[in-house]
Ligand binder design. Structure first.
Ligand code: ATP
Ligand code: MG
Length: 422
C-alpha cells in the first residue's frame, strides 16, 4: 500500500455526520440576515496581497505572520483571504456601490490564517460576516448586535455575553496612543518580545496580548474610554441606549481593541465561557476610515464576522433542538422493472414533497438485504415495491422505528398518502 494522503494541518473536512448541524446553523444565520434586508455577496478567495496588508494594517498578527502569500505565475503577490472585510471594501469601491445608497451585505466562506491549530482555532475556518456602508449612526451598530442576538437565540446558545468598547476617533486615539506608549515605556521590563516591538509601531495592540504574565500591567494601563472625543462619547452613549432599549445586556471592556487595525468608535465581541481561550464567537465594529484608506471616497462603515466552527462546537449539545427532524424514507425495490419504476416514483415525491428525505436502494439485493440497509439507514419508513405490487399498481409502506402496521396503498395515491398520513 502506498502512503496515506492527509489533509493539511489545521484544515478540516466537514464529515457527513456533522452536515445536518452545519446546514441548520447556516440556514438560521442566512434567514435572519436576509430578513433584516441584507444581501448575500461573494468575493474571490484570493486577492492581491496589498488588499489585505493595506486594510488590516502592516503591524498586526495577521499581516505579520499569519497570511498564506505566494507569487503566482505572473510574479504577482497574491494572498488567500485571512478575513472578509478587505475584499468587500475592495468590491464596494471597484463597483462604486456606496454611491447608490446604503449597502447592507453579508458573505460566508473559508478564511485562511497560519495560526497554531487547537480546539476552535484552525488554519482554514469558516466565517459569516456582515458589513454596512453609508450609515454612521449608532442605530446601525445596534442593529448588528440585535441580529446576532437573534441568531444566538434561534441556535439556542445561552451562555454568550456581549462586550463593547469605543476606540474613539483617529484624532483622540493618537493622543491616547502617546499616553499608552509612555505608560508601557515606563514598564518596559515587563513587556514580552512582541509587545516591545509594538511599543513604537502600534502600542494599542499590546492591550490585545493574550500573554497572562502581562495581564496586570495591561489591566492598569490608561483606558481609551476615558479619553474619547466628544462626538465619539456621544456615539457610544447612543449605542448603549439602543442596546438598553432592546434589553440586550453588555459589559464595557476597556481593553477590547480587536485584532485588526481598521476599527474606530464602536467595537464589540460576543464571548462564550465554554470554549476556553477560543471564546470569541463573533467580533466586529466600526471602520469609518477604511474605504478612503483603500482608495475610495470616504464612507462610514461597520460590520462583524462570526466563526462557524466555534458556533458548531457550542451548538453540538443543542443540535437536536435546531435540526428540523425531516421525515425519511428508504425505497426498497425488487427486480428490474421495480427498480426503474422506483426511481420515477422517487422523483415525483421529491418534486411534490421537498421536505421528505427519500433514499433509493442502490444495492439491488434481496428483500432481506435491502430491508437490512433500510433499518441501518435510520429512516422512519420503508417503501417496498416488488414485481407483484408493480403489476397490481400498489406499494407497501412499512414503519421501521416505531410499532405500527405495514400498509398496502395504491401507487397513484402515494403522494397524497405521504402528505396526509406521515
Ligand atoms: P481570536 O481572538 O480568537 O484570535 P480574532 O480577533 O482573530 O479572534 P476575527 O478576526 O475578529 O477574530 O474573526 C472573527 C471570528 O472568526 C472570531 O470571533 C472567531 O469566532 C473566528 N475565528 C478567527 N480566527 C479563527 C481561527 N483561526 N479558527 C477558527 N475560527 C476563527
Ligand atoms: Mg486571531
Amino acid at each position: 500500500m502506498s502512503k496515506k494522503i492527509q489533509a493539511i494541518r489545521g484544515m478540516n473536512d466537514l464529515l457527513p455526520k456533522d452536515s445536518d448541524l452545519w446546514l441548520a446553523i447556516e440556514k438560521i444565520i442566512n434567514e435572519v440576515l436576509i430578513s433584516y434586508g441584507y444581501k448575500n455577496v461573494r468575493t474571490p478567495i484570493v486577492e492581491n496581497t496589498e488588499t489585505f496588508s493595506r486594510a488590516i494594517g502592516e503591524v498586526t498578527d495577521i499581516v505579520e505572520k499569519e497570511m498564506y502569500t505566494w507569487k503566482d505565475l505572473g510574479g504577482e503577490s497574491i494572498t488567500l483571504r485571512p478575513e472578509g472585510t478587505a475584499g468587500i471594501v475592495r468590491m464596494m469601491i471597484e463597483h462604486n456601490l456606496p454611491r447608490e445608497g446604503i449597502q447592507r451585505v453579508f458573505y460566508q466562506g473559508p478564511m485562511f490564517r497560519h495560526e497554531r491549530p487547537q480546539k476552535g482555532r484552525y488554519r482554514q475556518f469558516y466565517q459569516v460576516g456582515v458589513e454596512v456602508f453609508g450609515a454612521s449612526d449608532a442605530k446601525i451598530d445596534a442593529e448588528l448586535i440585535d441580529m446576532t442576538a437573534l441568531i444566538w437565540k434561534k441556535i439556542g446558545l445561552n451562555n454568550v455575553s456581549l462586550e463593547i468598547n469605543s476606540l474613539g476617533s483617529s484624532g483622540s486615539r493618537s493622543s491616547y496612543r502617546e499616553l499608552l506608549k509612555s505608560y508601557f515605556n515606563d514598564n518596559k521590563l515587563q513587556l514580552d518580545e512582541d509587545s516591545l516591538r509594538r511599543l513604537n509601531t502600534n502600542p494599542l495592540r499590546i492591550l490585545d496580548s493574550k500573554n497572562m504574565e502581562m495581564a496586570t500591567l495591561i489591566a492598569e494601563a490608561p483606558k481609551m474610554i476615558d479619553y474619547l472625543d466628544d462626538e465619539s462619547e456621544q456615539h457610544f452613549l447612543e449605542f448603549k441606549e439602543y442596546l438598553d432599549n432592546l434589553a440586550i445586556q453588555y459589559t464595557i471592556n476597556p481593553r477590547l481593541v480587536r485584532g485588526l487595525d481598521y476599527y474606530n468608535r464602536t467595537v464589540f465581541e460576543w464571548i462564550s465561557d465554554d470554549l476556553g481561550s477560543q471564546g470569541t464567537i463573533c467580533g466586529g465594529g466600526r471602520y469609518d476610515g477604511l474605504v478612503e484608506k483603500m482608495g475610495g471616497n470616504p464612507v462610514p462603515a461597520t460590520g462583524f464576522a462570526m466563526g462557524i466552527e466555534r458556533l458548531v462546537l457550542l451548538a453540538k449539545e443543542q443540535s437536536e433542538k435546531i435540526q428540523q427532524q425531516k421525515l425519511s424514507l428508504y425505497f426498497v425495490a425488487l427486480g428490474q422493472s421495480a427498480q426503474k419504476a422506483s426511481m420515477k416514483i422517487s422523483r415525483d415525491v421529491h418534486l411534490a414533497l421537498p421536505d421528505i428525505v427519500l433514499t433509493n436502494d442502490i444495492t439491488l439485493g434481496s428483500l432481506k438485504s435491502q430491508m437490512k440497509k433500510a433499518d441501518k439507514s435510520g429512516a422512519d419508513y420503508a417503501l417496498i415495491l416488488g414485481e407483484e405490487e408493480l403489476k397490481s399498481k400498489k406499494i407497501t409502506i412499512k414503519p421501521l422505528l416505531g410499532q405500527g402496521e405495514q400498509q398496502l396503498i395504491s401507487l397513484e395515491g402515494i403522494i397524497q398518502h405521504l402528505r396526509e398520513n406521515l
